[in-house]
Design a protein around this ligand. Structure first.
Ligand code: HEC
Length: 136
């Protein structure tokens, strides 16, 4: 009986730590590097820049590969900080633009992929702006 309540308490604590606590603190970054920057986000920037390089060089494989990796980040983000409608909206646009980049690079459609890239970068800017306003 005692063991059951301890396991239950542990389960509740774990659930709270994973979902409740994380959602209460939307702008709290996870892993930080020595400079205090979010490692996850820095990687995101790197993959986004790789997509731009792919577009500029008409390298559809590069676009495809990096958009696929970026998509896995969006799944992580949803669990970490899905706190407001505005945040979730930007996350959706981010995912949509990524999916379009994947689809259009498969079709070797450079113009379409370039437009999707613009949409992607707008979601970066708008989500960050939302997070900054929220943090004040
Ligand atoms: C749905 C919301 C959302 C989207 C979309 C988003 N980010 Fe972020 N980003 C955040 C949050 C929240 C932070 C601040 C917390 C942190 O550092 O993890 C952040 C911070 C950053 C930082 C600063 C990290 C540092 O060094 O302190 C970079 C760089 C970054 N994002 C890159 C990008 C790029 C590039 C994109 C678009 C391809 C993007 N992000 C899209 C939510 C988002």
């Amino acid at each position: 009986m005692k063991r059951t309540s301890i396991s239950l308490a542990l389960l509740v604590a774990l659930t709270l730590a994973t979902f409740g606590w994380a959602q209460d603190k939307p702008a709290q970054p996870e892993a930080k590097d020595a400079g205090g920057h979010s490692v996850l986000m820095k990687k995101k920037l790197e993959y986004t820049q790789n997509i731009l390089a792919g577009l500029a060089n008409e390298d559809f494989d590069q676009i495809h590969k990096n958009a696929k990796i970026l998509n896995t980040f969006a799944v992580l983000e949803r669990w970490f900080r899905a706190d407001t409608d505005a945040y979730r909206a930007q996350l959706k646009i981010f995912r949509f633009a990524n999916d379009e980049l994947i689809r259009l690079s498969e079709e070797k459609n450079l113009e379409g992929a370039s437009l999707a890239y613009m949409q992607l970068t707008l979601s970066c800017v708008n989500c960050h702006s939302h997070v900054r306003k929220h943090a004040q």
